[in-house]
Design a protein around this ligand. Structure first.
Ligand SMILES: NC(=O)c1ccc[n+]([C@@H]2O[C@H](COP(=O)([O-])OP(=O)(O)OC[C@H]3O[C@@H](n4cnc5c(N)ncnc54)[C@H](OP(=O)(O)O)[C@@H]3O)[C@@H](O)[C@H]2O)c1
Length: 321
């Protein structure tokens, strides 16, 4: 079958590790299900995989892609939940130390077919297209859990999102504004700041700018480049929720400010199958839809990877079959 995969790792030149071409169609183990993919979406995770982060050489070649939507062998339209937990794990699967994401241990979604544990199939609401549904399982689910499960912030709170254009960032702005939060964003790019306002942000600031007032919470995906600004932007007792460190993970921790102002730093990773189900229903009921920057045929996946690498994206890049 046709697939987009990592054949090697290149820490400094991730696209040199990217291949497109024929890979064996997967067998379907007992208790697992096959999905014929109609759409899949690109995440920064796929670039990390090409750099060798979370994907050691002994697992290569590996089909990339965490997110997908398609049709299972019974003809049902489904979305694939990307967190594969141990079969014996019960409860919140994001706390399972043996969990993996599709494309880390099991082959991913940038292909004609993917196989996943049957419990990882979630019915796709008819209101969502395959392209829209394929944006939800990683970036949008992560944003949902950061804001609604992990932050402890109620609607009406002011929430700063660092980096306006990313998949997680655009999801946070769209979900937060629909749910009644006052969403502020930063971006290095004026055009992205303008697009964030169109998306529902209340105000958009240049990265690192002094804010008119301190915020209740900050949603962090950028890491080193924005961490200090995130800590300094919080009101006493405020919370930073972090799910990523695109620019690196060794900023000064700002410990003095954290203890003196009694700030909380909360980690967040992906989400549960139930949260994905609720996210899809939220989209169906409210009319909120993932912001799609580009739709490309899977054969042209390299163009999507190039756009993400050069930060020429506002929203999600979707590949179709
Ligand atoms: N823990 C999890 O489960 C989980 C889930 C999803 C994502 N993540 C992680 O979260 C991060 C974002 O993922 P994504 O898919 O949303 O990635 P993405 O689409 O590539 O995000 C790009 C955004 O990051 C900002 N950015 C990048 N480098 C920056 C810098 N040096 N200074 C300021 N801003 C910078 C950009 O902001 P501008 O607007 O300024 O260009 C851009 O909007 C990744 O590191 C990813 O691995 C983790």
């Amino acid at each position: 079958m046709f697939a987009v995969y990592a054949a090697e790792s290149h820490a400094d030149d991730p696209l040199a590790a990217l291949r497109t071409g024929d890979r064996p169609a997967p067998d379907v183990p007992e208790g697992w299900a096959r999905v014929r993919l109609r759409a899949a979406s690109l995440n920064h995770h796929d670039l990390w995989s090409l750099r060798g982060v979370g994907l050691p050489a002994d697992r290569l070649p590996m089909i990339l892609g965490c997110d997908g939507a398609g049709v299972d062998d019974e003809g049902r339209e489904v979305v694939v939940h990307a967190v594969v937990s141990d079969p014996d794990w019960t409860g919140d699967e994001t706390f399972d130390p043996r969990r993996s994401l599709l494309s880390e241990r099991y082959q991913g979604t940038f292909a004609d077919e993917v196989v996943v544990p049957r419990r990882n199939l979630v019915p796709k609401p008819a209101e969502l297209s395959f392209e829209e549904a394929a944006c939800l399982p990683t970036a949008w689910l992560t944003a949902y859990r950061m804001l609604f499960t992990r932050s402890g912030l109620a609607p009406g709170s002011t929430v700063l999102v660092q980096g306006a254009g990313g998949g997680v960032a655009t999801a946070l702005v769209a979900l937060g504004s629909a749910a009644g939060y006052r969403m502020w964003v930063t971006s290095r790019d004026e055009a992205k700041r303008a697009k964030a306002i169109e998306l529902g942000a209340d105000q958009a600031f240049e990265s690192g700018a002094r804010l008119p007032e301190r915020v209740d919470g900050v949603m962090e995906t950028v890491g080193k480049a924005t961490w200090s600004h995130s800590v300094k932007s919080l009101r006493p007792g405020g919370v930073i929720v972090t799910c990523g460190a695109t620019s690196g993970d060794a900023p000064p921790a700002e410990l003095t400010r954290i203890f003196f102002l009694q700030l909380s730093v909360v980690g967040s990773t992906m989400g549960t199958r139930d949260e994905l189900d609720r996210l899809m229903r939220l989209c169906a009921v409210t009319g909120v839809r993932p912001l799609i920057d580009h739709v490309l045929p899977l054969e042209d996946a390299r163009e999507g990877f190039e756009r993400m690498l050069h930060e020429d994206v506002f929203g999600k890049i979707v590949f179709t079959r």
